[in-house]
Ligand binder design. Structure first.
Ligand code: NAP
Length: 210
């Protein structure tokens, strides 16, 4: 399968690339800074670009089977629109070039999973630290839901850099109103790659946590 991974220099993106290569996929990683990506493999093509540059995004989307987005950033205190504008570019490029399968990471706590990241996030982290980021993430989800694509939105709990266990909870009812549930970036990557075949979560937004 020809996969395009966006956000490959990030924590989860890096896991996606290494696990997808282990599984024998042919990958393109779209990254701002190729030097940051310390993986070299015959089945990996690295393309430099910014997700806000539509021309570059459509160039890299053309001819792919599936696009996986692990886009994110840490500019929490300013009102940014990187996620929603970047996702608009991804969706428009995919629709233009007839690439239909999109798997995108957002987060528990967004839209109809509101409050499911536990009380600490609901009462403190979301309103005081990641308020603007979450507004943009909600827009990102809405753009995907309104598209013609075969999308799956993956909503992890709090991310860790723990090892891959390959066992975790997933589903539209996953999450907890009281406690913040965790999941490692490696297991988020494992779950996403397990969705490349089958249609269990087509047009759905499953949560994923331990
Ligand atoms: N942290 C948590 O507890 C938590 C919980 C639930 C969900 N999430 C979400 O899970 C996702 C993955 O998180 P993570 O911590 O693994 O990600 P991360 O390390 O923040 O990586 C984000 C990736 O997006 C790329 N990116 C940002 N702006 C870009 C642009 N304009 N053009 C191209 N690429 C761009 C970054 O590139 P650079 O390397 O060049 O910056 C990086 O590769 C994020 O959406 C995050 O919000 C996080």
């Amino acid at each position: 399968m020809k996969l395009l991974i966006i956000g490959g220099t990030g924590g989860t993106g890096h896991q996606l690339i290494s696990q997808a290569l282990e599984q024998g996929h042919s990958l393109t990683a779209f990254v701002r800074n190729p030097q940051k990506l310390n993986i070299v493999h015959q089945n990996l093509t690295v393309v430099k670009g910014n997700i806000l540059d539509f021309e570059k995004v459509q160039e890299v989307v053309k001819g792919q089977d599936t696009v996986i987005s692990a886009l994110g950033h840490k500019k929490f205190f300013i009102k940014t629109t990187i996620l929603s504008r970047g996702t608009t570019n991804i969706v428009n490029a995919m629709e233009k070039h007839n690439v239909y399968r999109l798997i995108c990471i957002t987060s528990l706590g967004i839209n109809d999973s509101r409050f499911k990241l536990g009380l600490y996030y609901t009462l403190f982290v979301i309103p005081f630290i990641i308020f603007f980021y979450f507004i943009d993430k909600a827009k990102q989800e809405n753009i995907i839901r309104s598209s013609k694509l075969n999308w799956t939105i993956v909503r992890p709990g709090q991310l860790t850099n723990g090892k891959k266990r390959s066992t975790y909870k997933h589903g539209v009812n996953v999450g907890n109103y009281l406690l913040t549930k965790m999941i490692s970036r490696s297991d988020v990557a494992h779950f996403i790659l397990s969705q490349l075949s089958g249609s269990t979560y087509l047009h759905k937004a499953p949560g994923v946590t331990y």
